[in-house]
Design a protein around this ligand. Structure first.
Ligand SMILES: [Cu+2]
Length: 266
């Protein structure tokens, strides 16, 4: 009996632990209004791990066609061109819970990039324009690194215009999700956990103006995935109700409510 009880204790654990992050882990720290990160990192399988000191931020990797820089993008935006054709969103993590981190795993090729936060404040000014970017040089790694692939996931999340589809039911515990944009426009995968006793409907209806506690909590987000792009995220999930949604396509009601099932004994 004692052995049996010991065997089931891990299944009852209230705090599932995420597995180790894949590849080379790069820490990115966000605040109002800055992004701190290394200046140079090796190519290959890379996990961007984002934490925030204050505020609600993302760190999306952006590539430029040859010769263009962050200064060019600032100028283009001042001139009314928010998405010039020579900039390319490559994905990244967003919206870590307070005191925790969010992560996005990507395969990086050598080149010049920036990490930036493209969240807009109530005044309509994007954090990028308030200085929230960091130039990042990815240098050639070993051949094996350049050929790195994303880790084998527990489930694939396919984003289309305007739906989320999960390849497998999710069980509580540490999980790797591969998020793929099979749509025709940029999408994001923002994941929240509905707090026990609250409902998804309450979470979707809630706004900061309500001055009441949020019915949900942030888990992670992969932001800025262009059509055809993919990234992985490593999360610790509890059994219960969750919502995935895409803020850029929220007008199309791109929201999926789903349950994470109890942990399996495997
Ligand atoms: Cu920001």
């Amino acid at each position: 009996m004692r052995a049996y009880l010991l065997a089931i204790i891990p299944m009852l654990g209230a705090n599932p632990v995420a597995p180790p992050l894949p590849g080379h882990v790069v820490d990115v720290v966000a605040g109002d209004y800055y992004l701190q990160a290394p200046d140079t990192i090796p190519a290959g399988l890379t996990t961007l791990r984002l934490s925030t000191r204050q505020g609600s931020h993302i760190a999306v990797l952006v590539g430029f066609d040859s010769g263009h820089t962050a200064a060019d993008l600032l100028r283009a935006r001042r001139e009314g061109h928010p998405r010039p054709t020579w900039m390319h969103f490559l994905g990244g993590p967003g919206f870590p819970p307070p005191g925790k981190t969010a992560n996005a795993t990507l395969v990086l090729t050598p080149g010049n990039y920036i990490l930036m936060c493209d969240v807009a404040d109530a005044d309509g000014v994007r954090h990028f324009e308030k200085g929230m970017f960091h130039p990042l040089v990815v240098i050639g790694g070993a051949k094996s690194q350049r050929q790195a692939a994303l880790p084998t996931p527990d489930a694939v999340v396919t984003m289309r215009d305007y739906t989320f589809a999960f390849s497998h039911p999710l069980h509580a515990g540490g999980r790797v999700l591969r998020v793929v944009n099979s749509g025709t426009v940029m999408h994001e995968f923002r994941l929240v956990h509905i707090l026990p006793g609250r409902t998804a409907a309450e979470a979707l209806a809630w706004t900061p103006d309500d001055k009441t506690p949020r019915p949900d909590e942030d888990v992670t987000a992969i932001v800025g995935l262009m059509p055809g792009a993919e990234a992985a995220t490593t999360v610790a999930l509890r059994a219960g109700e969750y919502a995935a949604f895409c803020v850029p396509q929220i007008a199309h009601h791109m929201i999926q409510i789903f349950r994470v099932l109890p942990a399996t004994n495997r």
